[in-house]
Design a protein around this ligand. Structure first.
Ligand code: NAP
Length: 284
């Protein structure tokens, strides 16, 4: 078996490699990175390193082989044409005749630039004829626990998600599911809606932060415009304030609340509760 993971120096990619190494010999795993300087830890694990950039399709020439099982981790350069980036990897996979092309997509039916990129990539994958598996991820726990330092500093967790509930899971949970798909059988032509086992609200999240930290950190709901303006004032560059406000609008609309069970079924264990992610974030 030959398993190839792009974005392998990223936070999710590293966890996928870790999960793979639990069941696959390192010699059968290739980590694709754009910057080898970020991949020292991967090389010492014995995996093969390959250097390629989504912005330079030619760097993927000859990198993928017939029979490979490939995970394309979606790019994070929102100022670039991510669909073209993803198509560069897809083109190489189609040409090579890979056995499986898995892609980290997004759950739900919301619209917006981020979701539109994922849906356009999914459409290209379906049109290509490549054996595929679409891994539609819900939110990472870590996308909310990253707010804890600011919440503690300001005495409130400020978001624009109303009373919406979030069926998030840890990056490690999503990585376990991706590794299971890459190494298991019968995942061709599948679409997995991956979410945590339990949906929670930001009020509940804030109450748990208060309980664990011993400080009162209530949730304060603001409008999307207020939230985006607050993030801009704090120095977050465009387009991220609007992307974050868009995520909160999706939460408020209930689009991230659905618990499907796909993630724990694939991972082979229940998803980790958000309270554990809060504990880890407070300890960091
Ligand atoms: P991350 O830590 O930012 O990792 C993104 C990876 O993509 C990095 O390894 C990065 O390479 C690589 N990459 C970006 N542009 C590239 C290019 N032009 N060529 C080659 N590689 C490129 O993000 P993550 O936490 O692992 O999440 C993985 C993806 O999920 C993100 O990229 C984003 O699409 C999506 N996402 C999902 C959520 C969620 O809550 N579900 C939240 C945020 C993002 P470097 O290591 O060199 O930077």
């Amino acid at each position: 078996m030959s398993v190839i993971v792009t974005g392998a120096s990223g936070q999710l990619g590293r966890l996928v490699i870790e999960q793979l190494l639990a069941t696959v010999p390192a010699a059968e795993v290739t980590a694709v990175v754009r910057d080898p300087a970020k991949a020292d830890g991967l090389a010492t694990r014995g995996v093969t390193l390959a250097v390629a950039d989504y912005n330079s399709p030619e760097t993927f020439d000859g990198l993928l082989q017939s029979g490979d099982r490939v995970l394309l981790i979606s790019g994070n350069e929102l100022h670039r044409d991510r669909v073209a980036q993803h198509k560069a990897v897809l083109g190489a996979a189609t040409k090579a005749g890979v056995a499986l092309f898995a892609y980290t997509s997004i759950i739900g039916s919301q619209t917006g630039p981020v979701t539109d990129d994922h849906r356009a990539t999914e459409d290209a994958i379906l049109a290509s004829g490549v054996p595929y598996s679409l891994l539609r991820n819900n939110l990472y726990h870590e996308m909310v626990t990253m707010n804890i330092p600011a919440a503690l500093a300001h005495g409130a967790l400020v978001r624009a998600a109303g009373d919406g509930r979030i069926a998030s899971a840890s990056r490690a949970d999503y990585a376990a599911a991706a590794a299971a798909v890459l190494t298991g059988d019968g995942h061709q032509a599948t679409v997995y809606e991956l979410s945590g086992d339990t949906a929670w609200s930001l009020a509940e999240f804030a109450a748990e932060v208060s309980k664990q930290s011993g400080r009162q950190v209530p949730y304060r709901a603001v409008t999307g415009e207020e939230y985006a303006a607050m993030l801009s004032a704090a120095g977050l560059p465009d387009p991220f304030p609007h992307v974050m406000a868009g995520i909160d609008a999706s939460i408020a609309a209930g689009e991230l609340a659905r618990t499907t069970g796909d993630l724990s079924r694939l991972a082979g264990h229940p998803t980790s509760p958000v309270s554990e992610a809060i504990t880890a974030a407070l300890a960091a």
